[in-house]
Each structure stands twice: as structure tokens, then as C-alpha cells.
Design a protein. Structure first.
Length: 162
């Protein structure tokens, strides 16, 4: 019951979307493919979202909007989340949520950390997906667990740390 991911993203070419979805496989167990929306926005747009949704009036790098309340590592069963079933193209998929990335902030962070813009974009996307799957980084243990999962996906994408 290893999860298959589907991506709705205008900012990535079809082959990039396919590679990303393949790298995400195994992050969750689900009885339907998981549909994820990935959006790239400006600093002004993410600041407005951050202010409206979190009451934080500043630019951030990534925001996640999970469609379901999930416990990390627990199987995701569609019968408990019927309101999130998407039947586009005649195939049932379970809408996982939306991940919004600020491209300007990603460019700044790529320079700051000394790696490529591509690596930073994908890292932020993976980070956002993990939040949609119920992972967090409030404690050192949670942060370590999340980082291990992030780096595992990044390795599958061939975007290791420099």
C-alpha cells in the first residue's frame, strides 16, 4: 500500500513532475494515489497568505495547507477522507493539500546556503509535503526525523547536499 503521488503544478515540466512524484513514493501508505498542488508565488503573495492564514505579517519560504488532519506515519485510508477524493480524469485520487513556495525567498536561500536554486525549490517542496503528511519540527526529535525523510527524497532526486 505504498503511496503513489500525483502533482498539479504549472511551474514544473511534465518530466520534472514525474521525477518528483517518483521520489516521493514511500513517504506514506494510502489506498489511493495522493494528489498534491504545488504553487510558486512572489514574496508579496506569500506574505499576504502568511498574514491571512497564520496572522504572521512577513515573507516566508514555504507554506503548507493540508487538506486532511493526518498523524505522521499512519496509513491514509480514503474511506475516512471522502471529502478529499478527487475524481478528475476518471481516476480516484486523495487530495493531500497545497504547498506554496516563494521563488524569491528560495533564490535568496540557495545563495545563502551555497547550493542550487533547483535544490532549494525541491527541498522546500518536500518539506511542505511532509507537513501535509502530518510531520513537524517542533522538537529536536521531530526535526531530525523530518530532516532524514527530506534528505532521503532529495537523494532520490539526485540533489544531495554539497
Amino acid at each position: 500500500m505504498k503511496s503513489k503521488f500525483c502533482l498539479d503544478c504549472e511551474g514544473l515540466a511534465p518530466e520534472e513532475q514525474a521525477a518528483f512524484c517518483e521520489a516521493l513514493e514511500g513517504l506514506a501508505e494510502c489506498d489511493l494515489p495522493l494528489l498534491l498542488e504545488l504553487l510558486f508565488v512572489s514574496a508579496e503573495e506569500i506574505r499576504a497568505l502568511n498574514r491571512e492564514q497564520r496572522n504572521v505579517d512577513r515573507v516566508t519560504d514555504v507554506l503548507s495547507f493540508p487538506a486532511m488532519e493526518l498523524a505522521k506515519g499512519e496509513p491514509i485510508l480514503s474511506d475516512g477522507h471522502g471529502e478529499c477524493i478527487d475524481t478528475e480524469d476518471g481516476e480516484d485520487r486523495l487530495f493531500l493539500g497545497s504547498v506554496v513556495i516563494c521563488t524569491e525567498r528560495a533564490k535568496e536561500q540557495a545563495e545563502e546556503y551555497g547550493h542550487s536554486y533547483e535544490r532549494e525549490l525541491y527541498y522546500l517542496a518536500v518539506h511542505g509535503v511532509l507537513h501535509c503528511l502530518g510531520y513537524d519540527h517542533e522538537t529536536e526529535e521531530e526535526r531530525r526525523e523530518m530532516r532524514e525523510k527530506e534528505e532521503s527524497v532529495m537523494q532520490k532526486l539526485g540533489l544531495n547536499r554539497v
